[in-house]
Design a protein around this ligand. Structure first.
Ligand SMILES: Nc1ncnc2c1ncn2[C@@H]1O[C@H](COP(=O)(O)OP(=O)(O)O)[C@@H](O)[C@H]1O
Ligand SMILES: [Mg+2]
Length: 154
């Protein structure tokens, strides 16, 4: 499990984000589930990409899951499953069985952008990483916390 309860980390630019991603990736374990929160453009996809690179996934493989809800990256220290539910409307039926299977996997780390439409499926051990805007356009504040069993931030 990556460091929980750690103090928020301020990153000023992509280089500092990369450094954060490296230490985050080093602490990542199979079975970890991270819900990624933050506005459009906050840097959620960028963070997953940098974590994958830090894990040793060949860079060319790491793309944004634009047309697929789910993308799996192999070739690194552990597989990463990247889920982006941005295009799923709250009223739309989700492939819940597929998502439940992903959340039960113990061989990979899972990242979920826009997790709210699937909150009922998220296991209680999941964690949350919030990306907030920093004082200038390239700065970001990264906040990590655990979730309680209801799926609400704790
Ligand atoms: N410190 C930073 N951390 C993350 N992304 C940053 C940072 N500074 C600038 N960016 C840029 O912001 C954009 C974030 O886009 P993206 O990762 O797709 O956001 P999201 O997935 O949250 O919608 C990218 O173009 C990225 O290069
Ligand atoms: Mg994104």
């Amino acid at each position: 499990m990556a460091e929980l309860g750690a103090a928020p980390v301020a990153v000023r630019d992509l280089e500092e984000l990369r450094a954060f991603a490296e230490s985050f990736a080093a602490a990542l374990s199979p079975g970890d589930i991270w819900l990624l929160r933050g506005n459009l453009g906050a840097g959620k996809t960028t963070l997953v990409r940098e974590v994958c690179k830090a894990l040793g996934v060949p860079a060319a493989r790491v793309v944004s899951p634009t047309f697929t809800l789910v993308q799996e990256y192999e070739g690194g220290r552990l597989p990463v499953v990247h889920i982006d539910l941005y295009r799923v409307d709250p009223g739309q039926s989700l492939d819940t069985l597929f998502l439940e299977e992903v959340f039960q996997r113990s061989d990979c780390a899972v990242f979920v952008e826009w997790p709210d439409v699937a909150l009922g499926l998220i296991p209680p051990g999941a964690s949350e990483l919030v990306i907030e805007p920093g004082p200038d356009p390239t700065a970001r504040l990264l906040i990590r916390r655990s979730l309680n069993p209801s799926g609400a931030a704790g």
